[in-house]
Write a new protein. Sequence first.
Length: 252
Amino acid sequence: MGTIYAIANQKGGVGKTTTAVNVAACIAEAGEPTILVDVDAQANATVGLGVPKDTEPSIYDVLAGRVPASAALVDTAVAGLRLLPANPDLAAANLELPRESGSETRLREALAPLREQAAYILLDCPPSLGPLTINALVAADRVIVPVQTEYFALEGLAGLLETLGLVQRQLNPRLAVAGFLLTMHDGRTRLARDVEREVRQHFPELVFDTVIPRNVRIGEAPSYGRPVIHHDPLCAGSDAYFELAKEVAARG
């Protein structure tokens, strides 16, 4: 039975997609069958794995009930990693899902059969707390929250934790926070060090030991349609994501 992780934060540009793509790739490279589900209409995770953003069927077709999730899976260049792609049509789901009673469980029901096919299923969420993110949180067992080590790092985390608590109480009592992940960290700056210290003081049990550094290779990799571990396996970004994947596996 596979474990489902949502990668979520309503703030944009904090490294959600980068983390989803690279953790999924690292886990798959370690020999664990893995599925990445792109739940964002921007389809950045899809493109970041070299799959065209107009690929059909997509997660939108799955949510609409037109095809089962297994029929929308595509192979990627990473051995053991399959993708449930997104395309811009998914934006319509933000309008359609709220109109339907019980729509919060649509993704959970769609992904249930895939639990037998993968050890890990990762959900790349959009930068909002809208219907798609709620669906992902209801489907997930655990959530990883990327937090950029800059001035507004803690802004919005209170709202996200409140939303997580609401989902736990009303829709998904098994949901747990796997951890907060510090991203885009430049240890040479006092600001980054101060933010890291503050986040660790606020959430001492929840912050991953691994810190994702600012790294040019991480930023370049999506333009080549591959994770950083394939773009430059020896760079600091690759090392960090391999360590994070180990930590995620260790936390269960």
